[in-house]
Write a protein that binds this ligand. Structure first.
Ligand SMILES: CC(C)(COP(=O)(O)OP(=O)(O)OC[C@H]1O[C@@H](n2cnc3c(N)ncnc32)[C@H](O)[C@@H]1OP(=O)(O)O)[C@@H](O)C(=O)NCCC(=O)NCCS
Length: 175
């Protein structure tokens, strides 16, 4: 049986590049992410991404580690100005690891860390309308559907809806 407690979310390290590139180089993953995410995804892309991540303050990108290997990534991008209390979350996982609750476990870890340590009160995510797995991950982690942004994105030459899902910190009632 796979133990969810074996999913670790941590900072990237230079030695993650090879594993990261191997898992990221997948059109099925690219199809569900912004075009900023490259395809094909080369070792050089992973190295550049990890180097950029190391200089971020606050840190925005984290490795999803399973069996001692970085096999996915999760991002937490805090808003600016009046939106500094909220952050966008995004994630992907290598296909060979799908269907074991790993992404849900990673989202739950980042969610708890974000509200407890970073004092964020709202986390949100945009999901392409057809991405049932991602929507399900977010709903399992306590995010709720707030709306459908009709025809708001173009991916792989197709216009698509995006779903907006959000999680509010339990502290919200006290602010
Ligand atoms: C989305 C993604 C991160 C999910 O990772 P994962 O570790 O397999 O997710 P989990 O196992 O935690 O949960 C997946 C859930 O979606 C469900 N699911 C998967 N594919 C589905 C489908 N086509 N239709 C309906 N439900 C589906 C699973 O059954 C599971 O729900 P359950 O626990 O109720 O059975 C992974 O598929 C991925 O990296 N996809 C490409 C990138 C991406 O979409 N990123 C998110 C962008 S917002």
């Amino acid at each position: 049986m796979y133990l969810k407690s074996k999913v670790v979310v941590r900072s990237f390290r230079p030695e993650d590049a090879e594993s990261l590139a191997k898992q990221a180089n997948n059109r099925k993953i690219w199809l569900n992410l912004r075009d900023l995410f490259p395809y094909p995804y080369r070792l050089e892309d992973a190295r550049r991404f990890i180097a950029r991540t190391a200089s971020q303050v606050p840190e925005e990108n984290f490795a999803i580690e399973v069996e001692k290997k970085a096999v996915g990534a999760i991002a937490l991008i805090q808003g600016k100005d009046v939106e500094r209390c909220s952050a966008e979350i995004g994630f992907w996982l290598g296909e060979e690891y799908w269907g074991r609750g790993i992404a849900t476990s990673a989202v739950e870890s980042v969610r708890d860390w974000a509200v407890e340590t970073r004092s964020l009160i709202r986390l949100f995510a945009f999901v392409f309308g057809h991405n049932t797995a991602s929507r399900r991950v977010l709903e399992k982690a306590g995010f709720e559907l707030e709306g459908r942004l009709r025809c708001s994105a173009v991916k792989d030459g197709r216009i698509t809806d995006q779903l907006l899902l959000a999680y509010l910190s339990p502290r919200m009632g006290k602010i």
